[in-house]
Design a protein around this ligand. Sequence first.
Ligand code: ADP
Length: 776
Amino acid sequence: MLTATHYVLANLSQFVSFKDGASAIWPSSGFYLAMVLLLGRRVGLPIFLSELTVNSLLFYKDIPTILGISFISTIEPLITGWLLSRFLNSNRSGRRLFESSRNVFKFLILILPSPMITTSFAVAVLCLTGKASWEFYGVIWQTWSISVITGRLIITPFVLVWVSQFWRRIQFKSSSVAEFAVLLILLLIISRFAFWVGNPVEYMMIPLLLWSAFRFGAAQSTLLVVVISAVAIFGTARGLGAFVQSSVTESLMLLQSFICVIALTSYFLLAVIHENRTAQFKLKKANEELEQRVTERTAELQQAKEVADSANHAKSEFLANMSHELRTPLNGILGYAQILARSKALPQKEKHGVDIIHQCGAHLLTLINDILDLSKIEARKLELYPQSFYFPSFLQGVVEICRIRADQKNIEFIYQPDASLPEGIQADEKRLRQVLINLLGNAIKFTDNGAVTFKVDVIESRGKHSKYIKFQIIDTGVGIAADQVGAIFQAFEQVGDQKRQSEGTGLGLAISQKIVQLMDGTIQVTSQLGVGSNFYFEVELPIDYNWVQQTNRCLQKIIGYTGQKHSVLIIDDRWENCSVIRHLLEPIGFDVIEAPNGQEGLNKMCSQQPNLVITDLAMPVMNGFEMLKQVRHSEDLNNYIVIVSSASVANIDRQMSLDAGGDDFLPKPVQADELFAILEKYLDIDWQYESEDKGISNTLELNDIAIITPLTEELQVLLKLAQQGRLKKITEMLEEWEQRDISYQPFANLIKPLAKQFQAKKIEQLIESYLNQGDV
Ligand code: ADP
């Protein structure tokens, strides 16, 4: 087969050779090289035999020449093949030739040297055997070696690519075949103009090669290179086209350079396109891998989120249960504190004690709520519920709670309210108290000597409707290092002394900051290590002018109601819960009936027909939900007003009890004012209030009693204390004076009740009136 191919190719080459026998291309050289690359050294012998045959048949008659030329023509492709497979990292099929422009470049360089050397010997053989004259050695060498190189450039890639395509059995699409046919037709047209008509349009073939390289693969492009070369050689050899010159050598030079240009342009382009496609493929693969990784990671995250969610759910459930458990005993504490506070029999001093029990209990309740708040903040469900309330007594209440702690630590607590503070304001009272108690609590906790000052100032009035209030908590405590100031507002962040950290959780400031942010403010801090800290924030608080009337009414004590007597059924399995409501309602004229579970509750509803029912949810025998269901499905009981009172205060429980048929929700611990408000709403009753505290108003009439006035200096001390809001100190001082001199008693009796009721302003006015009297 090799011999036959060589024979055909040699004939073809001769057919298109120039008049003096010189040919532009020696295709067999390319074919041999391809065979060596594809099949290895073992094709050496077949090449030699085919060379012997064809040389003896077509070219030479004498044996030395035939042997010499055949030997040289066999050695030469073997050397080039060895060089290529060594430096091209190419496997035998030579598939990697067009994988990179570097490979094409190496191919070009490596096919040059061996033809040049071996041709030197071959031409020498011809001269020695008298087939050529030494005179033409140079010209023959040049034509021979270039035609071998050109044969390699055109035929080797073509054979390598087509053989490898053949094994790959590439399917051609019909649309591509049509497109390639168009390409060939265009090629024929250009060829006709270039090599028949004689127009210099040969280089118009280059765009066709580009087209082929971009649109088709290496197979079509190498084929096109062969076709174009063949047309150019055939035309030029026939004396047609722009490459035809007067000397054959010049014509050959032009033709060969044209063939080299189109071949190299195509190959480099194919390599670059291949490189690009490989890069794109790699990129696509990397993208796919990335997408795959993202999908896997998302699935992992989703799984982790689900685990976290269920852990969070478990935590929320735990918190809700804990809060329920803690609230239940607190109901007894707070309830009885309220009942005792309403008792007439209790002396003033004890009442004050009960007040403190109530305030501390309420604070404990706030702490329990804080823990719930944290889970709300984490779930982004914290909301504010602004309501109107009386600002001065609110602040005084906060001050009293904190003053107790400051007294315990023996540090001074200075309260400096602005003289022009509004009376009725709208804010979420519970949340504002929470923030202030947290900041003041921290200030006291982190101060061992000196004072904690609480300043409340009006800094700007927004028309009549709101005021900007600045709250400042200044301490002379341990202070915070500058680099730690940023961290303290993050949940669970505690800085500084380890010993003090055990007293807190690191949650307070995070919750407080969130609350102040919901009020459109920001807690800020300036602090110096070892000197003290100043925590402050400004918020706009709407003013409620109707408050004064409301306060008067609210501050007044309910002592009964007008009209017919009402009865209230309390269904609760815990006696202390029933007892709290009984002791709040019986003194003001209600009949209170008790039932320990839902079943007995239903029985008592039928037998005693109360005007209103207050029921717990979790109970033995029959729980509140079941009882409500039966009430709402019974024709006789359907119209009963049923209030659900539970220590489970989560919105969901509230909603569930309303959905189950409850008319309203009364959270535990039960607050007297909330209970009364609900009774007023559903029983439509008019309360009777205790008239104004005569004790206080009468004492303001100075002429009524003969009072021994303290000295001006003493009055001034008291005035200063009143201005600082240090009402407890005033009481202590008065008690000391009373013990020293009984004649101080009337004056002390005048001031002490005011101090107990946190009426700092009234005390100030009173003392000032004494001072003025003295001046007269
Ligand atoms: P807790 O007080 O429960 O630890 P907080 O969130 O209220 O948590 O406070 C976080 C941290 O900020 C505290 O642990 C403390 O290190 C620091 N800090 C807060 N207030 C003060 C203060 N007035 N003086 C010094 N350090 C303070």
